[in-house]
Write a protein of this length. Structure first.
Length: 115
């Protein structure tokens, strides 16, 4: 496992911290997620997506359906990436963003980390 990049995106007091990892197995992805959850105990949501060959997994982590895991995974497909884990840690800032706002915020966080 290798951390390629990290970036932070802020909107309406919410902070989105994106992580971009090169991974070789589902077990590596799961271990990274455990470590990120330990490191960011106060985060409200930690959605992610990963792809290792034909193995694909994505999670909205209690965000409204389709607003977090799917947009993250779309970047993996669009960029034709493989053996990759993308994670976004969200710290809620007190202002609701709505479904469209969440989708844009997660997409922008991923766009930044992939630069």
């Amino acid at each position: 496992m290798k951390l390629i990049n990290t970036s932070t995106y802020e909107i309406k007091k919410s902070k989105f911290i994106a992580y971009y990892y090169q991974i070789d197995s589902k077990e590596e992805a799961e271990q990274i997620l455990i470590n990120i959850k330990k490191e960011h105990k106060k985060a409200r949501h930690i959605p992610y997506a990963y792809k290792i060959g034909s193995i694909v997994k994505k999670s909205d982590d209690k965000e409204p359906s389709g607003t977090a895991g799917s947009p993250i995974y779309q970047y993996i497909e669009r960029e034709k990436l493989d053996n990759i884990l993308l994670v976004v840690v969200r710290y809620f800032g007190g202002i609701k963003l709505g479904a469209g706002g969440l989708l844009r915020a997660y997409s922008n966080a991923i766009k930044e980390v992939l630069k």
